[in-house]
Design a protein around this ligand. Sequence first.
Ligand code: KIV
Ligand code: NA
Length: 276
Amino acid sequence: MSKVTTSTFLKKKLKKEKITILTAYDYSTAKLLDQGGVDCLLVGDSLGMTMLGYEDTLSVTMADMIHHTKAVVRGTKNAMVVADMPFMSYHVSVEDAIRNAGRLIQEAGAHAVKLEGGSQIKDKIEGIINAQIPIMGHLGLTPQSVNAIGGFKVQGKSEAQAQKLVDEAKLLESLGCFAIVLECIPAKLAKIISESISIPTIGIGAGVDCDGQVLVIQDLLGMYTELTPKFVKQYAVLNGVIEQAVKSYCDEVKDGVFPTEAHTFKIDESILEKLY
Ligand code: KIV
Ligand code: NA
């Protein structure tokens, strides 16, 4: 597989080939996912919940994002790495937004950044794209707006909301975003949006007609059970596997069964005899 770039995304949409994205937050997981052939690794600010134990993504900082993005980049060969811009890193001023996006590229090694929202951050998106930094948009349920929305809820169900989403997707396309995440919106609305723009849509809780899909890796592996949204499919239940392994280790240490000779280093007996 060759390196995935923003042009790969557009080519895949034209060829009607689905785009695969998973979140990654560390070196060893990134390496596994990259070798598994996923097109793109998203260093999502969901790391605030899955890696750092916060209840939402609002506490995640630029320092957190840079730290985790560096680790993911070191584990990645072919996949494209996209880093989320955290809450408040692109809300205050255009200058701030460009500088922070630039840090994720220059310091951390990401290939693109993701921002939540449309018209309300239009000037920031323009500034970042003018700095030659590719942007993945994010519409629908935007978790950084959790307090404004009043919880994690499906978006775009009313006519006004649905029309607004279509308009925002067209705006992001016209501003030059290379893809748009659609989170938690009705599948038929996601289909209409996907058909009405030329850049790929990446769905999470947005149905099968998006041009690609993204999932949080801990959700896919059954390792994060604090929230279990309807759109998650567990492809493995690693929680149980890990629990069992830890229990076996504790039992074997307590019983003196581990370590065995195979795990142990030797010394010449004649040296031991000379010790006092
Ligand atoms: O932070 C994240 O993991 C995301 C994806 C769910 C799209 O933004
Ligand atoms: Na995110």
